[in-house]
Design a protein around this ligand. Structure first.
Ligand SMILES: Cc1cc2nc3c(=O)[nH]c(=O)nc-3n(C[C@H](O)[C@H](O)[C@H](O)COP(=O)(O)O)c2cc1C
Length: 180
């Protein structure tokens, strides 16, 4: 049975809800799944190479990764580097895939605020030899920041991600599993 790890960081719940929908889709596809929050007790000891797919999720904060997600991944990077897993040329490990998912409100410059964060998260996994199979950017409410939710380039983002987004993510995750 194929195994997936969903590892995410979330402060106001948007990315966590996305993570749970992705987990549901992978489960629908018959995969064994584990869901962890970055920084939770025991999460630093996770072995990414034990999984066929690692789904990595975080919100965009100032068009980059939030500090707790950054710190978590940097510590994994140091661990894998010390173990000799990070080598020049970043050779691909067959069968090791990553999915990046990033929530954002896009008030100022739209998806350009999310893509750098997603690419940054993906770089860790490319350095680990994983193939980034896909990157998903999910338009989401900035909880408690009404101007950012209503006056920006993306229009009114209140209530996002919504149930339709959750269904879409679940289906997309199931389809991704089918392709891997
Ligand atoms: C401190 C902070 C900084 C943020 N910076 C950005 C940003 O630069 N661009 C953007 O599109 N959204 C930004 N957001 C909005 C979040 O990315 C968005 O609300 C996200 O869905 C929050 O995820 P969470 O609910 O999982 O914590 C920011 C939110 C916070 C709290």
């Amino acid at each position: 049975m194929k195994r997936a790890l969903i590892i995410y960081w979330s402060a106001t719940g948007n990315t966590e809800r996305c993570a749970r929908s992705i987990q549901a889709g992978l489960t629908d596809a018959g995969w064994e799944t584990e869901l962890w929050k970055m920084g939770a007790e025991g999460s630093q000891g996770l072995e990414f190479y034990d999984y066929d797919l690692v789904c990595v999720g975080a919100p965009s904060y100032n068009w980059s990764a939030p500090k707790p997600a950054d710190a978590y991944l940097k510590a994994k990077f140091q661990e894998y580097k010390a173990r000799g897993e990070v080598v020049p040329g970043a050779p691909k490990r067959p069968g090791k895939n990553a999915l990046i998912f990033c929530t954002y409100c896009g008030t100022h410059t739209g998806m350009n605020e999310a893509v750098p964060a997603g690419k940054y998260l993906g770089q860790f996994f490319e350095h680990f030899g994983f193939t980034v199979a896909d990157e998903w950017y999910i338009l989401s409410e900035y909880v408690g920041n009404e101007p950012n939710n209503t006056l920006g380039r993306m229009g009114d983002v209140r209530g996002l991600p919504n149930e339709a987004d959750m269904v879409r993510l679940r289906t997309a995750a199931k389809n991704l599993a089918g392709r891997l």
